[in-house]
Design a binder for this molecule. Structure first.
Ligand code: ARG
Length: 411
């Protein structure tokens, strides 16, 4: 009988490295490691070698940066997706993509199981489990860190006993996750939400206090809701994001301190650095404000809120996400134009916007000469528009007769 196989999402860190011998021992399976590059600083070949050295039967690596940008970040950007109004969902968006790669390899390898290194306390387990089920309901998900009962010291001892190399230089008290759309930091002193995050938690952004004394301006060009150029220079989306992370980060833009509500009911304190996401979402919103009518903007905001929550909750591969995506896509054909953003000491302010589809019409908006607005019509409009409010107020003050003449007396 052939041995059963598990496809493991492998980062190269301690947890997923220890998971390799653990899965072999506890589950009696061969382990196939899969590492997906979503823009984290990783040497893919080194990670692959480490998976094999830690006992994996085979190890795959995939550069998924372009796929991540186009298929996951872009729909989220077009939906201005911010969980609880502040978190651009960087980690959350990468999970369904990684799960899709795991499922693909599981099919190729004829594996019965998929595994990930998430603990039982976080959101990521929910996202990996639900994404896998949504794509491949027949595959079973194993989460070693949810099952084993080891603290960090015990894990290190387990690693030593199983020929797993431990990177001794990585003794930071913080737990981080990085990809194109942002960097997250948890643990250590951050677990006290009353304490300001110390400067050392930041890796992508300059402290606003130490940022340049002169502002920088960036112009983002959008075509149908897709950012296509920076400062007039065309760039593939993934490169545009990398460049903007650098520029905006150097001005201290993109730091987020979030008291967050996890899916599993726990409140947690999370620090994020998302310079490109913060700038692009603000710029995209500014362009939408110029080209979309009020009722559509208003309704879209309710969709955006729901969409952000479902991404956070791990429900990417669901018909609700697909349907909301279709709505958002239908709002974007006129979202083309340019937005100027001023970066200065931690802030990103929109200072200009321009579009061939602008609903802003000088002839209507101006208070100077050339005004074409028919101002006399306003009075009639206000009379009709205000009737319900006026009726309500009049009835409340027993002055309804001022609105309607009394009916003639019956004969
Ligand atoms: N709280 C954030 C989220 O749920 C970040 C999670 C970071 N994940 C990690 N494995 N370090 O999306």
């Amino acid at each position: 009988m052939t041995k059963s196989k598990v496809v493991l999402a492998y980062s190269g860190g301690l947890d997923t490295s220890v998971a390799i011998p653990w899965l072999k021992e506890a589950k009696g399976t061969d382990v196939v490691a899969v590492t997906v590059d979503v823009g984290q600083p990783v040497d893919l070949e080194r990670v692959r070698q480490k998976a094999l050295a830690s006992g994996a039967a085979s190890a795959y690596v995939a550069d998924a940066r372009a796929e991540f940008a186009r298929e996951f970040i872009l729909p989220a950007l077009r939906a201005n997706a911010l969980y609880e109004g502040v978190y651009p969902l960087s980690t959350a968006l990468a999970r369904p993509l990684i799960a899709r790669h795991l499922v693909e390899v599981a099919r190729k390898e004829g594996a019965q199981f998929v595994a990930h290194g998430c603990t039982g306390k976080g959101n990521d387990q929910v996202r990996f489990d639900l994404s896998t089920t949504g794509l491949a309901p027949d595959l079973e998900v194993v989460a070693p860190a949810r099952e084993w009962d080891m603290n960090r010291e015990e894990e290190i001892a387990y690693a030593a006993a199983h020929q797993v190399a431990v990177d001794a230089t990585k003794s930071s008290p913080y737990s981080t996750d990085e990809n194109l759309w942002g960097r997250s930091v948890e643990c250590g002193i951050l677990e006290d939400p009353s304490v300001e995050p110390p400067e050392e938690v930041y890796g992508w952004t300059t402290s606003p206090a130490a940022a340049p004394e002169t502002p920088a301006y960036v112009t983002v060009t959008f075509e149908e809701g897709v950012p296509v150029a920076l400062g007039g220079r065309d760039l593939p989306l993934q490169d545009l994001i990398v460049e903007l992370n650098r520029t905006a980060g150097a001005h201290g833009v993109g730091r987020i301190d979030h008291l967050e509500s996890r899916v599993v009911g726990i409140k947690s304190r999370e620090v994020y650095e998302c310079p490109a996401a913060v700038v692009l979402i603000a710029a995209h919103q500014a362009l939408e404000a110029l080209v979309l009518p009020r009722d559509l903007l208003d309704f879209k905001r309710t969709v955006e809120q729901r969409y952000s929550q479902l991404i956070y909750d791990g429900l990417w591969f669901t018909p609700l996400r697909e349907s909301l995506d279709a709505f958002v896509a239908a709002t974007q054909p006129r979202v083309s134009g340019e937005v100027a953003v001023k970066l200065f000491k931690g802030s990103a302010r929109i200072v200009g916007r321009r579009s061939p589809h602008a609903l802003y019409q000088p002839a209507l908006a101006t208070y100077s000469s050339g005004d074409q607005y028919r101002r006399q019509m306003a009075e009639g409009f206000i009379y009709v528009w205000g009737l319900p409010a006026r009726t309500w107020a009049a009835v409340g003050t027993r002055a309804a007769s001022t609105l309607t003449p009394a009916p003639p007396p019956r004969p």
